[in-house]
Design a protein around this ligand. Structure first.
Ligand SMILES: [Fe+2]
Ligand SMILES: [Fe+2]
Length: 221
């Protein structure tokens, strides 16, 4: 497995419009997500589209160039591709109960499995080492990282744009209602939980840059 140690700046290349070889691969990966088992494909696809839209919107709000925002948006359209890996039992994505620690650990493998799927898709192709593919690798592998360490790759040195990706993904993921919850969290409730400044829920204490999450709140609410 190729682990990306250096993370490209989304502004380090113009745009991806000349990557026709990649466009076809990206579309096939997006289709793999939308055609995943039963209703899950629809749910996964909707999550990817919302997160990609916020990737574009929030990074523009932060002042990144249009090219950089479009590059990140494109990568976000496949960030959870690992959830479609053949080694998963699809039932793990729609558990009727709060997941056990073993189930959480299994679900966490989706970032590495996603990297595997991406690497398989570009294997032997000229674009395999293109900065955009490196950027996709970073988004797939690092979108669950936390400033205070994570149970994924434990990278605490992520650039601002990738920290923003983590905030966007967490916001959307926390607003998806699971069978064991009695209601869907509101945007306000979700951001307060992520700021860890209200209530007893300390899940996200120290996870995000306080200034960045305030900017996300200003962008989103
Ligand atoms: Fe994820
Ligand atoms: Fe996600």
């Amino acid at each position: 497995m190729i682990i990306p140690h250096t993370i490209p700046d989304p502004d380090s290349y113009e745009d991806i419009s000349d990557l026709s070889e990649w466009t076809n691969i990206q579309l096939s990966l997006e289709k793999r997500i939308s055609h995943y088992q039963g209703d899950l494909g629809t749910q996964f696809s909707a999550h990817h589209m919302r997160v990609a839209a916020d990737g574009l919107g929030f990074l523009m709000y932060l002042g990144y160039s249009v090219s950089a925002c479009l590059n990140v948006k494109s990568a976000l359209l496949i960030h959870d591709i690992g959830k479609t890996h053949d080694e998963y039992d699809p039932d793990i994505w729609d558990l009727p109960h709060r997941p056990s620690e073993a189930e959480r650990a299994e679900k966490r493998l989706h970032t590495r499995r996603g990297l595997d799927l991406l690497n398989q898709a570009v294997h032997g192709k000229d674009i395999a080492a293109h900065p955009h593919i490196e950027l996709c690798r970073a988004v797939i592998l690092y979108h669950h990282e936390r400033l205070n360490g994570s149970l994924y790759e434990n990278r605490t040195d992520l650039p601002l744009w990738l920290q923003a990706v983590g905030i966007i993904d967490t916001f959307d993921g926390d607003r998806i209602k699971h069978p064991h919850q009695d209601h869907r969290r509101s945007p306000q409730e979700t951001i307060e939980r992520m700021m860890a400044d209200k209530g007893d829920d300390e899940k996200y204490e120290g996870a995000f840059d306080p200034d960045l999450i305030k900017k996300f709140a200003a962008y989103k609410l």
